[in-house]
Design a protein around this ligand. Structure first.
Ligand SMILES: Nc1ncnc2c1ncn2[C@@H]1O[C@H](COP(=O)(O)OP(=O)(O)OP(=O)(O)O)[C@@H](O)[C@H]1O
Length: 316
């Protein structure tokens, strides 16, 4: 698909009198040898915004986030985070940031509670704050378990708690729900919504498209070091995915009949359903009703995942 998505916000000048954005990147580049990991990225993250960075493995997301965090220096371009340059490391800025990475370090001989109290103390936050953060990520019951005895998902939640315990203004979360079970994932969504409700700004990378659609105000989709789309999930879906899928029980709709229906662009099978793709579902539904009846027929409207797969060229 050719896309008319443009990272328009990326180059828009902020409105007169608008609050200063939390993050501004302008034409940022970063190479590792011959690899252009970040190849001219410009974007703004507003104060209080929940901003998602999506893209396939190796797209450059972590590098962009690490440049924002002050962990890596951009080769070129300008980077402003809460009004500061994050590189060289700025000690005024660090306590205002919360960072959770895939490789978070723990004091493994400590219990979860002791670990969090220690992190809190490093930032000058008190024990009550450590306790409330432990509760917010659902770890109160496991507070006395040693870090090396926690499950992967519990450790993940502890890493998130450690990023939040000093009540930072800007929070970076790198695939925070990667190893969580479905219930823990939903619980964490509530924690994240709570943070947003409290006015925090969140920059968030994930491979869960449903999660990005659910949580993010805007998402940027990166491919090979560049931003190929940047907008609200809703606008990306509306602009990018024009087809609807109708799912019909396969035993009632032979494939040749499905292919002959007017308005059907593509027919595939998925297990025991026939999937009809159409830009105009009304007439196709009417035709399906006539030849197969509507019992068990479902429609699937486009999702952020459909748009993502089109933009990243990994659609099946
Ligand atoms: N320290 C490094 N040295 C050399 N190349 C690197 C280094 N870090 C990343 N790269 C390369 O830069 C590119 C972007 O990597 P990056 O980790 O930023 O991508 P990503 O979008 O975060 O991927 P993932 O979803 O797998 O975490 C990749 O080609 C990667 O191999």
């Amino acid at each position: 698909m050719t896309t008319n998505h443009r990272p328009s916000q990326a180059t828009d000048a902020p409105a007169e009198g608008a609050p200063e954005p939390a993050v501004v990147l302008e034409d940022v580049h970063k190479r590792y040898g011959d690899v252009r990991a970040v190849d001219g990225v410009s974007l703004r993250v507003g104060r209080g915004e929940f901003f998602g960075l999506l893209g396939p493995n190796g797209a450059g997301k972590t590098t962009v986030v690490e440049i924002m965090e002050g962990l890596r220096r951009a080769d070129a371009g300008t980077v402003t985070v809460l009004g500061h340059r994050p590189w060289p490391r700025d000690v005024q800025l660090l306590p205002r940031l919360g960072v959770q990475t895939q490789a978070s370090a723990f004091f493994v001989r400590l219990t979860a509670r002791e670990h969090l109290r220690t992190v809190a103390a490093l930032y000058g936050a008190d024990r009550a704050r450590a306790e409330s953060t432990l509760a917010a990520v659902g770890l109160t019951e496991h507070g006395d378990v040693r870090v090396d005895d926690l499950s992967g998902g519990q450790r993940q939640r502890l890493a998130i708690a450690a990023a939040l315990v000093h009540d930072p203004e800007l929070i970076f979360l790198d695939e925070p729900t990667a190893s969580l079970d479905p219930q823990a994932r939903r619980d964490l969504w509530e924690v994240l919504r709570g943070l947003k409700g409290a006015g925090r700004t969140i920059v968030y990378t994930t491979h869960h498209l449903d999660e990005a659609e659910e949580l993010c105000d805007r998402v940027a989709i990166m491919v090979r070091g560049r931003i190929t789309a940047l907008d609200t999930p809703h606008r990306l879906i509306t602009a990018g995915a024009t087809t609807t899928r109708l799912l019909v029980p396969a035993e009632r709709l032979p494939l040749p009949t499905a292919r002959s229906l007017p308005g059907v662009l593509n027919v595939t099978t998925d297990g025991d359903v026939v999937v009809l793709e159409t830009e105009d579902s009304g007439p196709v539904l009417a035709a399906v009703a006539e030849v197969a009846g509507l019992e068990g027929v479902r429609t699937r409207t486009p999702s952020l995942e459909d748009v993502y797969l089109q933009l990243t060229g990994t659609a099946g």
